[in-house]
Design a protein around this ligand. Structure first.
Ligand code: URA
Length: 441
């Protein structure tokens, strides 16, 4: 089948057949078409969309493009969790250890940064020695032994997504409902979990900025899961501002450790408890959200959550001393604290711009081959609705150079709006979508 014919059909908004989608997915999985043709088709899909049937066909073809993991050797219900991506969104590093500490096995395959959003694998790789490329057999053994492993997609799982994900990251084709839904669900179906909790972000830092767009994405993914007979709960959560106060790879690992050590409260912890509760309920470990949250809080307060993270880091070759001394994480050349410089209330943020500021500092990729600087990023203690005074800290920059710090300061200042009147705090979550319908907050 000719790739140019397929690109042309989608360029004019046509519906691709199973055969055409299979040809595209096979070319992506086996690298038999050049990147420029794959990228052209991705852009045509981004601009002209896909019908629900095409999205399902694409997802199933991507799932079948490689192996499907068999996790049956791990006892218990394996529940996976995946975020559509955000800024300062390091919930996996909090939720996965807490859920594992509650006795529910976590066998998770995560992704790298995509566009302005960060990726769990990049964050994990900022831990000295940490390996995320475990073979399937070792991955399964680790989950059997300690109840948790977070690794990269193995070469043989959804290989088409591996190619397309890297291309989308650098061709402005991330924000497409069919491409996001097929990317996430193909990986989740291939990675063999029994049930899936999706964190669908909404707001200025999400891939989908509008609530209705995010709910539509949640529904599309729930529907695909239902067709594949996997229970899926999609929680639509706010991304009007970074989830945690830290943005950047090593900085987000530090943020997660601070939460697990009980030093930090706030949105990162609250959203982690919410997602973790749904994971425990899908796993049958708790009947109600209140019961699930109590189990997670006990794992947090007893230190068993942090201990699970320590065990996982050690098992994957990393230096688990970072859990007790975060200064062992990569440190930047320049640290600079920036003050708010006015009084008023924090009114809003262009969170995508904040993510791009971190990317420009070296925390994310602009080209596929870019090498990340794990130490860079920023800490942003202000939240929407906070009242501020001129001398308050707006952010602390962690940069490679003074020039980078200056550019980041300019970008961050431009991304944050203030008001002279009080501003309401945005909600943490907006809706929960399952096959039974939508429950709005
Ligand atoms: N996460 C993914 O795995 N894929 C996307 O397209 C977006 C977020």
């Amino acid at each position: 089948m000719n790739m140019i014919d397929i690109i042309t059909k989608k360029k004019f908004g046509g519906e691709l057949s199973q055969e055409e989608i299979d040809a595209f997915v096979s070319a992506a999985a086996h690298n038999t078409a050049p990147d420029y043709q794959l990228a052209a088709l991705l852009m045509a899909i981004r601009l002209n969309g896909m019908t629900p049937e095409e999205t399902t066909r694409l997802t199933l073809a991507m799932t079948r493009s490689g192996d499907v993991a068999d996790l049956s050797a791990i006892p218990g219900v394996k529940v996976d969790k995946h975020s559509t991506g955000g800024v300062g969104d390091t919930a996996t590093l909090v939720v996965a250890p807490l859920v594992a500490a509650c006795g529910v096995p976590v066998a998770k395959m995560s992704g790298r940064g995509l566009g302005h959003t960060g990726g769990t694998l990049d964050k994990l790789e900022s831990i000295p020695g940490m390996r995320i490329d475990l073979e399937e057999e070792r991955f399964i053994r680790q989950v059997q032994d300690i109840g948790i492993a977070v690794i990269g997609q193995t070469g043989s799982l959804a290989p088409a997504d591996k190619t397309l994900y890297a291309l989308r990251d650098v061709t402005a084709t991330v924000d497409s409902l069919p491409l996001i839904a097929s990317s996430i669900m193909s990986k989740k179906l291939a990675s063999g979990a029994d049930a899936i909790v999706l964190d669908v972000k909404t707001g200025s830092g999400a891939i989908m900025h509008t609530l209705e767009g995010s709910i539509e994405l949640a529904q599309a993914m729930v529907q695909i899961g239902t067709l594949a007979r996997k229970p899926v709960t999609a929680v639509v959560t706010g991304m009007e501002q970074p989830l945690g106060t830290h943005v950047g790879n090593a900085l987000e690992v530090k943020d997660a450790i601070d939460v697990l050590a009980g030093r930090t409260k706030g949105a990162l912890l609250d959203v982690s408890l919410l997602l973790g509760s749904h994971m425990l309920m899908l796993a049958g470990r708790a009947k109600t959200q209140a019961e699930a949250e109590a189990l997670l809080r006990e794992a947090l307060e007893s230190g068993r959550g942090l201990e699970k993270l320590r065990q996982m880091i050690t098992a994957q070759g990393g230096d688990a001393r970072v859990c007790d001394d975060v200064r062992l994480l990569p440190q930047p050349a320049v640290k600079k604290t920036v003050r708010v410089g006015r009084s008023g209330w924090v009114a809003g943020m262009d969170t995508t711009a904040l993510g791009l500021a971190a990317q420009a500092m070296g925390a994310g990729r602009i080209r596929k081959t870019d090498v990340l600087d794990y130490s860079v990023g920023f800490v942003l203690p202000v939240r929407i609705g906070d009242e501020v005074r001129p001398e308050d800290e707006l952010c602390t920059l962690f940069a490679k150079s003074e020039a980078d710090a200056e550019a980041a300061e300019k970008a961050i200042r431009a991304a944050i709006r203030f008001s002279d009147a009080p501003v309401a705090r945005p909600p943490l979550w907006y809706a929960v979508v399952t096959k039974d319908g939508i429950v709005r907050a």
